[in-house]
Design a protein around this ligand. Sequence first.
Ligand SMILES: [Zn+2]
Length: 146
Amino acid sequence: MRTRSRDHSGAELLRLVAQQEECFFCGGRLVICETQERHVQTLAKLFHVIGKGKKCASPGCGHGALRYRSSEVGRLVLKAHEFGRDIVLWAGDQHVRENVSIARVHRRLVEDSGYRFASVASATWSTTTWLCASAWRGTRGGCARG
Ligand SMILES: [Zn+2]
């Protein structure tokens, strides 16, 4: 987990555990082996996501290094992002389809929606949105860390 001096008070706790109980390859029992924590800001609220990953516990399994993780995390947020997919989609739509500047998209998010956004660095926001918008235009391979 990255450590930054941001206000995460009031975040809603979201515990997400991989649903699989058995190894896809050997059928062995899966055990929880890791805990990943992150904060994810969505349009609706700030989440403190605690993801529990599992691995195969069978000593003879050749896939013991494989980690099973909750698919809910992927539905909520892109990898290495701190903004929910809903924000990325909303911001990308504003910027790409409606030609709203990144700065104005940011202001709209803060002022119009009442969205708790003041604690998020503007530079991070701009980079994230720009990269995603660029990816949508096909000028980059995909979204990158903001
Ligand atoms: Zn296995």
